[in-house]
Design a protein around this ligand. Structure first.
Ligand code: ADP
Ligand code: MG
Length: 728
């Protein structure tokens, strides 16, 4: 039988329409290739091939024997089990004459697959049940029929070399066992698989060829072979990803010209640094150097500025924006929420006040959000297009139709992970003169510390600058986890808040939900506000802010908190990013188990911005039982104040797939590769992709045909989004 990778699964023996539909619906497997790319979920240790007389209880073992008899019966519901079970018991006789028993629940199909008279290798952990050794739900491999004269010794010798049995993600009507048989047939029928990666690269990285890798991932003889196969296939995933992101960038650079936004002697950027009330940190100075190089270059800047909360990213962003102004251009800062945009606008106005803002001969700074009144919006848009506005801060509103810049020089995007690549591109296209092919310099800021391995992958098309230093005088936030077992500590926390409030300090109280009707169990911000305002904090003033309030209401609440009129702000995660109130020294997080590690760290970053000692209290388990893994996550947050260390821990706890959604395409394609484990492969693939693209930017060389078709296959959608830029 000769199979092609592109053949439908129905080309495999025994696969009819029903199975094909189940494979397609349940597992997305339509072709032989998709079947072979359906990797085992885990491997079952088949143990040694033994006779039941030699078996040690509790150890994995493979027992070969002839199925003598199957008996099925129904086990009625009992105790908490509400449904009855189909129990299938098999009696198996070995070459020695010894007999053992195998049992399966709700797997009656085994009876047809392994009919009486067949010789089967059963692998599992041997248990004693009512004085009898038995295998419960063992993996089974059909070796042949007694009638065909199967030699158990020869079978045993063959199996000695295959101790690991693949266990596949299964679906309704297609078991792991069935998949295993299909894969077996596919591997037998298919010729050697061609490789898309050049042998010289494989040699360089010590990787096996694709054919070996695919065969061994399904049928490893031992763990070493399994590891070798996994490594090669993980390499492929990461290599494809790196080629994709870097190719995207190369194309962008090839078809657009950057602007010279070099810092100007005696310009506003320089003046800005002179009037700062504090010296920049060493990390900030390094960032000025790195950005300065990009800004001056004819290549458009695509840089990620990463830094823990409070590391002073805003300052760096403002400096870059002023470089645009010094070159007679405009700059835009886009934030993910209106609260954050308003905050940035206020910060910018304050920081730039010494240079003169919105005064004659000063800088013109504007704010544009969906809350901007229509008349004002019209006025702002007019002066953006005419070039009167120097700096604009805004939300998604900046992306809308009708927003046109006279000459956009620098774009800063805060909190990139909330925007997609396509939006980044849209903002880059916002120059009024559609005929120009120049691209503004782009700086992406993120306060979500991303482990380097992840940054190099997710943001493979960006250069990375890290602010790895906090301004002097910052103290780590003291973090405590309080569960209902320590009931009394809650009252003491409230006591402490009241005392701190009396000293002019402030506290955030964060709840996961807005409205009680949103959840069955959990703390709603509206309830919590009422409870605290009438009770614990009736004396100190309590404000409320959440996403369903009008902008004016939000603004009033934030002002009350900022001025100290309210010492406590009860909020949803709208305070997560960027809200800067130096007097805030405490943050109390209700239902902390509902938040992710990096989100909690972000929230915690709202305090500890001044020089006073600050505190974060994580209340968890108060609205329902606290799961072990949730408790572990919270303990990690409490124990670590460094955002990067936390991000690494989070990556290990949750895996990258959960950290980034669909917007960061590519990451979700990783099936075997793990960024936390495969750092060396991440670095290697990045290096190799860069080397190849340096000599063949279009991947047009016939030797790169395999790479090109792979990249196109994976990233066609993304490239379409970028197509808008190229044709625009
Ligand atoms: P991030 O955006 O990285 O969380 P910010 O830019 O908001 O941090 O800065 C946090 C606080 O630190 C702000 O109040 C800012 O004025 C202050 N800050 C920034 N840089 C310095 C510095 N070099 N020295 C002292 N304070 C600084
Ligand atoms: Mg900030």
């Amino acid at each position: 039988m000769t199979l092609e990778l592109t053949d439908p699964v129905t080309a495999l023996p025994g696969v009819g329409g029903v199975t094909a539909r189940r494979l397609a619906d349940g597992l997305g497997i339509r072709t032989v290739e998709e079947l072979l790319r359906h990797y085992p979920r885990t491997y079952h240790d088949a143990g040694e091939v033994l006779d039941v007389a030699e078996v040690a209880e509790g150890e994995p073992a493979t027992l070969i024997g002839e199925v003598r008899r199957w008996t099925g019966r129904r086990v009625p519901p009992r105790g908490r089990r509400r449904r009855s079970l189909d129990l299938l018991e098999g009696e198996v006789r070995q070459a020695s004459g010894n007999v053992f028993r195998v049992t399966y629940f709700n797997q009656s199909f085994r009876r047809q697959r392994l009919p009486e008279g067949s010789v089967v290798a059963f692998s599992g952990v041997v248990k004693r049940f009512r004085h009898e050794l038995q295998l419960a739900a063992p993996e089974a491999q059909l070796l042949g029929r007694v009638a065909d004269d199967v030699d158990p010794d020869a079978a045993a010798r063959r199996l000695e070399h295959q101790r690991l049995l693949a266990v596949y993600p299964a679906t309704e009507g297609v078991t792991s066992f069935a998949l295993s048989e299909l894969v077996e047939a596919a591997l037998a029928g298919i010729g050697p698989l061609g490789d898309w990666v050049d042998p010289s690269i494989l040699d360089e990285e010590g990787l096996v060829d694709l054919d070996t890798a695919i065969r061994c991932i399904h049928r490893p003889r031992d763990h070493a072979e399994r590891r070798t196969a996994r490594r090669r296939l993980a390499f492929d995933e990461l290599f494809g990803l790196q080629l994709g992101v870097q190719w995207r960038r190369v194309r962008l650079e090839a078809e657009t010209v950057g602007l010279d936004n070099a810092p100007v002697d005696g310009g506003a950027a320089e003046a800005f640094l002179k009037v700062l009330p504090f010296p920049p940190t060493a990390a900030q100075r390094r960032a000025f150097d790195e950005l300065g190089g990009d800004l001056a270059s004819q290549r458009a800047m695509h840089r990620l500025l990463q830094g823990d909360v409070g590391s002073g990213k805003t300052l760096v962003a403002v400096w870059a924006m002023l470089c645009a102004v010094d070159n007679g251009r405009q700059a835009a800062l886009m934030a993910p929420t209106a609260v954050l945009a308003e905050q940035h606008h206020r910060t910018l106005t304050e920081l730039l006040a010494p240079l003169g803002v919105n005064v004659l001969d000063g800088l013109r700074v504007e704010l544009l959000t969906s809350a901007t009144p229509v008349a004002q919006r019209r006025r702002i848009l007019g002066s953006l297009t005419s070039g009167e506005v120097d700096l604009i801060v805004g939300t998604h509103a900046l992306l809308e139709e009708g927003v046109r810049f006279a000459d956009l020089g620098v774009t800063v995007i805060d909190e990139q992970h909330r925007f997609g690549v396509a939006q980044r591109v849209t903002l880059m296209e916002k120059s009024a003169d559609a005929a120009t092919t120049t691209t503004p310099d782009v700086l992406v800021m993120t306060a979500t510390p991303i482990p380097r391995s992840l940054a190099l992958t997710v943001y493979g098309d960006l250069d990375v600058t890290v602010l790895d230093e906090l301004p002097p005088g910052r103290q780590p936030v003291v973090t405590a986890l309080i569960t209902p077992e320590e009931h009394g500590r809650r009252a003491r926390v409230y006591d402490f808040v009241r005392r701190e409030a009396a000293q002019g300090r402030r506290a955030f109280v964060v709840c996961p939900f807005v409205d009680p009707s949103d959840v069955a169990d959990g703390t709603a911000v509206v309830d919590e506000h009422a409870r605290l305002a009438d009770g614990e904090f009736s004396e100190v003033g309590v404000a409320l802010v959440h996403g369903r309030m009008t902008p004016a209401e939000k603004d009033a609440a934030m002002t009350a908190f900022r001025t100290g009129e309210a010492a406590v702000l009860v909020a949803t995660t709208v305070v997560e990013v960027g809200v800067d109130v130096p007097e805030a020294t405490m943050i109390l997080i209700e239902d902390a188990e509902r938040f992710g590690v990096s989100q909690l760290h972000q929230l915690r970053g709202r305090v500890g911005r001044g020089t006073d000692r600050s505190y974060c209290v994580l209340f968890a388990g108060w609205s329902g039982p606290l799961a072990d893994d949730a408790r572990r996550r919270l303990e990690v947050v409490a124990a670590n104040s460094d955002g990067f260390a936390l991000a690494e821990a989070d990556l290990e706890l949750r895996g990258e797939g959960q950290l980034f959604g669909r917007a960061q395409s590519g990451i979700t394609d990783l099936r075997l590769a793990r960024l936390s484990r495969d750092r060396d492969l991440v670095a290697a693939t990045r290096r190799i992709a860069a080397r190849i693209l340096a000599t063949d930017p279009g991947l047009d060389d016939p030797v790169h045909a395999g790479l090109k078709s792979e990249v196109l296959r994976r990233y066609e959608d993304d490239l379409d989004a970028l197509g808008a830029l190229e044709t625009g």
